[in-house]
Design a binder for this molecule. Structure first.
Ligand code: EPZ
Length: 457
């Protein structure tokens, strides 16, 4: 029996990370966004490659690093552990791990911020120092965000895991050895955990049911540059042969697919025309198919992709999935555009159990969206049904009007800004600071595509 969540008149209660990062925008909507934005390196690769630098015995250089708060969090965690990080101000980081030392729990806790990346320090710190302390994790509140896959994998490598009130302490008195690991779900983070631990473990690691997102493959490229021996087979099996030492790397990050998709949806929702510099077709094939089915049009250029509406928007049925499926990070901005499509769309969110809560604020702005907390059974599914999945039914087209809303999480927050720009009238969008976690120079880019807004708090 589906109990349907429907409209709630109150502003979204800001059930994001629970931290108010300030910054309030007053936005006047109703006009198309047109212009050019350039995306830098992927948030979900750059932060992991920075952690990988800990494994090297000399300096690493990372290029196209976005200036976002998630990168700052990892930088300060590295510095707390004695790594020197130099930033040339143009997106190039120089990371020198040769002074790495243990850090105090309080210092680590103070710098972990609202991020999940600290969990990926486990393997490298265990190899380097024989111990690690990881504070309780932050990250977008889009579900429980458990780390059981991570801890099970670390134990399989021989780590001793001790849960403390403020986090987890790990040790590996006898060093770490290669393991045989099968993930219950192709988890991006857990796959990264295994990769960052196995490359220096003694012996070979076999990882089954691994995530294979482009950002994962780019992390494998980084590790291979460092001297790691990693091979992967078609059926999500990855083999890692542990080596005794790794050197530094010089790597340019893969572009940020999630940011590129976000701006594409902004063009769709506002009947705009946005060129996204740095976007590449290969890594966005699935997104481009859905974008076209929803009524979008795109031109692939050498240096980016031009996104615009190709006519009337059309309703679509989308199931989020692991790569090469439709990424869960893409559904939130897409839903805003689907409120303007004539007809009924369905988004099955199969990756996270609470990533549709942001729609409450869209309903407040006039959208007709009903969330089914147990999901919706449907015959023509391609993605296996998961117990935790939810579904949103979006009926359009419904004109959106301005409202006062609070950003709940990173992608939901970006979606609120698009919705305010697509709406008639003025909106107030609070807690914009969360968006800074994943979108570099966000306000500059909004201005570059002609958005009409003021920062009022
Ligand atoms: C990464 O999160 C990304 N974050 C997310 O992007 C992205 O949505 C997600 O991968 C899926 O692609 C970063 O890379 C920093 P998962 P991650 O482990 O690694 C369950 C954004 O907007 N799970 O693939 O945390 C989990 O609850 C962010 O940029 C366990 O049960 O995602 C979820 O249901 C949001 N136990 C599923 O697996 C575990 O130990 C997928 O999670 C780990 C995960």
């Amino acid at each position: 029996m589906n109990t349907l969540l429907s409209a709630s008149a109150t502003p979204n209660p800001g059930d994001g990370e629970g931290e108010l990062l300030g910054e309030v925008l007053s936005i006047r909507g109703g006009r198309p966004l047109t212009g050019r934005v350039d995306v830098k390196g992927a948030k979900n690769l750059a932060t992991k490659a920075m952690v990988a630098a800990l494994l090297g015995e000399d300096v690493s250089v990372l290029r196209d690093v976005p200036d976002i708060s998630d990168v700052q969090v990892v930088r300060s965690l590295l510095e707390v552990h004695g790594v020197t990080v130099e930033d040339d101000g143009e997106g190039v980081l120089r990371l020198d791990p040769r002074g790495a030392v243990s850090a105090h729990m309080e210092e680590i806790d103070a710098h972990a911020g609202a991020s999940r990346i600290p969990i990926l320090f486990c393997g490298p710190l265990l190899h380097l120092l024989g111990q690690a302390f990881i504070p309780d994790l932050g990250g977008c509140r889009i579900g429980d965000r458990p780390i059981d896959f991570h801890l099970d994998a670390l134990r399989a490598f021989g780590a001793i895991v001790e849960k403390l009130p403020s986090g987890i302490r790990l040790s590996a008195p006898g060093g770490l050895r290669g393991a045989d690991i099968e993930l219950p779900y192709p988890s991006v983070g857990a796959t990264e955990q295994v990769l960052l631990t196995a490359v220096r473990a003694k012996g070979t690691t076999e990882l089954r049911n691994a995530a294979i997102e482009p950002e994962i493959m780019d992390l494998i490229a980084v590790l291979q540059k460092m001297g790691a021996i990693i091979s992967y087979e078609p059926n999500r099996v990855i083999f890692i042969e542990g080596v005794d030492s790794l050197r530094g790397y010089d790597h340019r990050c893969i572009f940020d697919r999630n940011e590129a998709a976000s701006w594409a949806c902004a063009a769709l929702a506002t009947d705009g025309d946005i060129f996204v510099g740095g976007a590449k077709q290969q890594e966005m094939l699935t997104f481009l198919n859905v974008f076209r089915k929803a009524g979008g049009d795109f031109d692939i250029a050498e240096d980016g992709i031009r996104f615009r509406r190709g006519g009337a928007l059309r309703p679509v049925v989308v199931e989020t999935d692991v790569h090469p499926g439709f990424m869960t990070d893409w559904q939130q901005p897409l839903i805003v555009a689907l409120t303007q499509a004539e007809g009924e769309s369905i988004v099955h969110e199969t990756v996270y159990e609470n990533r549709l809560g942001f729609t409450r604020a869209l309903v407040q702005m006039g959208a007709d969206i009903v969330v089914h907390p147990e999901g919706i059974a449907s015959s023509d599914r391609r993605v296996p049904r998961r117990a935790l999945e939810q579904a949103a039914v979006i009926k359009g087209a419904t004109p959106l009007h301005g409202a006062d809303v609070v950003v709940p999480d990173l992608r939901g927050g970006y979606s609120y800004v698009i919705a305010a720009l697509a709406a008639e009238g003025q909106s107030t969008v609070r807690n914009i600071g969360i968006i800074r976690r994943g979108y570099e120079k966000f306000l500059d880019k909004l201005a570059a595509v002609g958005a009409d807004f003021d920062v009022i708090g």
